[in-house]
Design a protein. Structure first.
Length: 425
């Protein structure tokens, strides 16, 4: 509100935040430092007196400030602390809000889900020095959660909560405190896929060949879809526009479900072995990518179900994951441990990132020019998208690391056979 033309008003705003009562606003030291860096960046833009640069910088920096602020039950009011905590947990799942500045949209049953924005798109319009594309990797472990085996992770409507597939149950964790907020029971096999559907809804799939839709607010299963056992176990899923969902099966087939009618609208055939990962390439592209243990990755037209292109592993290597980095690039991980960057349109490998000593279970973008990969060798590696350089290797996990996730606040989550860790830059 103070960014009306001179930097001093922002400094005044920071002073007001720092002097706020402890029971009304909690900002940790890392948050204050991040806010101060934002103020400096915005001050530089304002001093340039170039309207376009000032407006662009203001939108980016104030957006970061908004994400950093969260109203929490503070230590100053111990009398009603339990009641505040209960209200905070309950309200976090309502209307997609999580205190101040959640910014997460909501969608009722049958409405179109909120569109996913890639990190590259988010920072594409940043001025020089704000939202810089220079490689950054998290260095500090903020939190370790004794979660047990982690097989999948997904964001919820509340930006500080994450859903985790822990064998045959789904646990909801507060990633700021490590507190378990809820446990969802109902699957009879390992939960391998989770997708945020908007509002308080979450989709899951498991080895019991079941798809379930959950209401996180009431912690109830709204819908359970039992697929034919001959299709095998369900390995992956991706949320699509217009309340549709794509699931990948161990039999090599993929199915697009209309969740409004709980019916299959299209079958995608082409893989001959487990479809380990399914991902929408971009909210406006109208395409899917899939990774299979048959050593193939495929791009699909969502509307027609046609296979647009096929990439075959040169090493006869089963693919374990795939994720879009930009509209032109995607990253894959494989049984050999190799992590590869691919040009989607030309279906060719741009970089092969070698370093893991056994299967690499997951690889995702974590920043505009950085990707992370995890492995059965108990490490997490960060790579420069432009050069293929291994920027940093984390060796803090004691068991194989299965999944990675980036929160809306930019923290990186790593999930292993034993625990989940939250990392900060």
């Amino acid at each position: 509100d103070g960014a009306t033309g001179y930097p001093g008003s922002l400094s005044n705003g920071l002073q007001q935040i720092n002097s706020s009562p402890a029971d009304s606003l909690v900002v940790d030291s890392e948050g204050v430092q991040s806010m101060q860096r934002c103020v400096e960046a915005l001050s530089t833009a304002l001093s340039s007196k170039e309207p376009a640069q000032m407006e662009s910088a203001a939108k980016v920096v104030l957006g970061v400030l908004k994400d950093l602020l969260a109203v929490k039950p503070g230590p100053g009011n111990t009398k009603d602390a339990k009641a505040q905590a209960a209200r905070y947990e309950r309200d976090s799942f309502k209307s997609g809000s999580s205190g101040v500045g959640s910014g997460v949209g909501s969608a009722a049953m049958g409405e179109e889900r909120p569109q996913r924005q890639s990190l590259r798109d988010k920072y594409a319009s940043c001025p020089e020095g704000v939202g810089s594309a220079s490689p950054r990797v998290p260095q500090r472990c903020k939190l370790t959660v004794d979660s047990g085996p982690v097989r999948c992770m997904a964001p919820t409507a509340a930006d500080n909560f994450v859903a985790v597939g822990n064998l045959d149950v789904i646990n909801i964790y507060d990633v700021t405190s490590g507190r378990k907020a809820a446990t969802l029971y109902g699957h009879n096999g390992v939960v391998c896929g989770l997708e945020n559907l908007g509002s308080s809804r979450m989709a899951s799939c498991a080895w019991d060949s079941a798809i379930k839709i959950w209401d996180l607010e009431s912690r109830r299963c709204l819908t359970s879809i039992e697929m034919k056992k001959e299709l095998g176990t369900l390995w992956s899923m991706a949320a699509l526009p217009n309340n549709h969902l794509c699931v990948g099966c161990s039999a090599g087939r993929m199915y697009i479900w209309d969740l409004n009618t709980a019916s299959i609208t299209r079958e995608l055939s082409g893989h001959t072995n487990e479809v380990r990962r399914v991902y929408e390439t971009h909210p406006t592209a109208g395409t899917l990518i899939s990774a299979g243990m048959d050593c193939m990755m495929k791009t699909w037209d969502i509307e027609t179900g046609a296979c647009i292109s096929t990439i075959r592993s040169e090493k006869s290597d089963g693919f374990l994951s795939v994720a879009p980095v930009t509209q032109k690039l995607m990253v894959s991980s494989a049984c050999s441990g190799d992590v590869q960057l691919w040009d989607i349109r030309e279906a060719k490998c741009v970089h092969t990132l070698s370093g893991h000593t056994c299967e690499s279970w997951d690889a995702i973008p974590t920043a505009p020019d950085t990707i992370a990969s995890c492995s059965g060798d108990k490490t997490v590696r960060f790579w420069d998208v432009r050069t293929g350089e291994n920027l940093h290797t984390m060796e803090s996990h004691k068991t194989p690391v299965w999944r990675l996730h980036v929160t809306s606040r930019g923290n990186v989550l790593t999930g292993s056979d034993k625990d989940m860790k939250v990392w900060a830059f």
